[in-house]
Design a protein around this ligand. Structure first.
Ligand code: FHN
Length: 469
């Protein structure tokens, strides 16, 4: 062991004292902020609402599915593998050792976190959820717990999540992490999880060792190193993962960071793709409808996650892109029903968000620049979230301000049933200086346009109305 000189010994002692002090401070801080299990499991509606406030105000986020699966991009042995590209390891029954070749090739040299976050922000997205680890088990950050990560396994040798955190902090976009409970790479976790195997005998006997020695330590380093605002769990459907696991993990994480928001896939309550919990004994701060939108409103928090084409991970031959208009209509419909919209991009192995995604996000951003006040920080309209199939309502100022959003281009007259504006108030079409006139026809509001609505306004048209008390 190297001989230390007296100066170095003195500095070492000073640093030791500082370390003890900060450790004591950390202890003290922990005592002040750590919640008890009782407090966590019996959180009041008011405290939950306070914790969820930024999230419910935000309405719109970016989902990012990215990892070694972007290398094959849905292609294997000259064939296009059916289904979502991030499942290629399972769908094509690729053995771990062979799949690792993709991880060895994962080298996104064109990755520019600043550009990604700017694209999200310009689209009007207030938060982004990136796959820290998907089912394939590959970690997108420099994990002390694993060698199967960007620093120790792939040629990129960059902490991709650290770079994203810096960009999110710069643009005030909230960084959030997706994390898969199911892990096809870790030897203690990757039991065969599918119907043909779904029997007690086939479950991995060492799954708890994976939970204790890998899953928890990785989640702890994610929370402590990157301070994510949301942990978005997935892969909870495997038989090894139990309700008891979900409760323990939820409480552990909330003790680590009391402000953390955690989705309902941490536990076992989710009812399939419909995404909401089947009972209130199951934990999770919000429901997670997937590729679908709730039929109506819900008393629980919820967020619809959707792809822009048909795959979460980048898929070379998937050109089935939803139109910008459909994506905007989804956003309007979801927000009117009181939900959040988590819209996915699947970046390429080079680190680029696909062009069709960038184009759609730019179009959504153009619409949001005009109409964002009808989206952010709005509430469900007490008079009902819609009229027919083509009009949605959102509300603000404790119901005093109504936004009527028409999903069809209005003609000379727009009739809103049962809407009673404040006498003498003006009604405004957002993005237009047109002087609208209005009158009551029985209980219905008739809004007249002196001229045709400008073609500059596209996809959905928002009327801002001051309501009578
Ligand atoms: O299996 C995953 C899938 O790859 C993707 O991550 C979606 C996104 O929510 N979740 C699971 C399917 O329900």
């Amino acid at each position: 062991m190297k001989k230390l000189h007296s100066y170095q010994l003195f500095m070492g002692f000073v640093l030791f004292l500082i370390g003890c002090q900060s450790g004591a401070k950390k202890e003290a801080k922990d005592e002040e902020t750590t919640l008890t299990t009782e407090e966590i499991l019996n959180e009041s509606k008011e405290d939950l609402a306070k914790r969820m406030e930024w999230w419910t105000d935000a309405k719109f986020g970016m989902f990012i599915h990215w990892g070694p699966y972007a290398v094959p991009a849905g292609e294997y042995k000259g064939e296009t593998v059916k289904g979502i590209a991030e499942w290629i390891m399972h769908r094509a029954s690729i053995p771990v050792a062979e799949y690792e070749k993709y991880s060895r090739q994962f080298n996104p040299e064109k990755y520019d976190a600043d550009e990604w976050v700017r694209i999200a922000k310009d689209a009007g997205m207030k938060y982004l959820v990136i796959t820290s680890k998907h089912h394939d088990g590959f970690s997108l950050w420099d994990s002390e717990v694993s060698k199967y990560d960007v620093m120790d396994f792939s040629p990129i040798q960059r902490d991709l999540l650290e770079e994203l955190k810096k960009a999110c902090d710069k643009y005030d976009v909230k960084l959030c992490f997706y994390h898969s409970i199911m892990d096809w790479h870790h030897p203690d976790a990757q039991a065969p999880h599918y119907p043909e195997y779904n029997t007690k005998e086939k479950q991995n006997p060492n799954f708890q060792r994976y939970v204790d020695n890998y899953l928890y330590p990785q989640l702890t380093e994610l929370v402590e190193k990157y301070d994510p605002h949301v942990l978005w769990f997935d892969g909870e459907w495997i038989p090894e993962w139990t309700h008891e696991h979900g409760v323990a993990l939820y409480t552990y994480l909330r003790k680590l960071n009391p402000d953390l928001i955690i989705n309902n896939r941490v536990d076992k309550g989710r009812q399939g793709m419909q995404g909401m919990n089947k009972g209130d004994e199951y934990l999770g701060d919000f429901g997670t409808p997937e590729q679908e939108i709730l039929e109506g409103t819900s008393e629980f928090y919820w967020e619809s996650c959707m792809t822009m084409n048909d795959s979460w991970g980048y898929k070379l031959k998937d050109d089935n892109w939803k139109s910008d208009e459909m994506l905007i209509h989804n956003l309007v419909d979801i927000v009117a029903k009181g939900g959040n919209y988590l819209l996915n991009v699947g970046p390429t192995a080079e680190g680029l968000i696909p062009g069709p995604s960038v184009e759609r996000l730019a179009s959504i951003g153009k619409w949001m620049k005009v109409n964002q006040e009808a989206i952010y920080e709005t509430e469900i309209f007490e008079g009902g979230y819609k009229q027919g199939e083509d009009i949605r309502f959102t509300s603000k100022d404790d119901g005093a301000t109504l936004y009527a959003i028409s999903l069809k281009k209005p003609g000379k007259k727009l009739t809103l049933e049962g809407i009673n504006p404040l006498e003498g108030s003006d009604i405004q079409l957002l993005g237009s200086n047109m002087k609208l006139t209005w009158s009551m026809e029985g209980n219905d509001l008739a809004i007249s346009h002196p001229e045709a609505v400008s073609s500059d306004l596209q996809h959905a048209w928002t009327y801002k109305i001051k309501l009578a008390e």
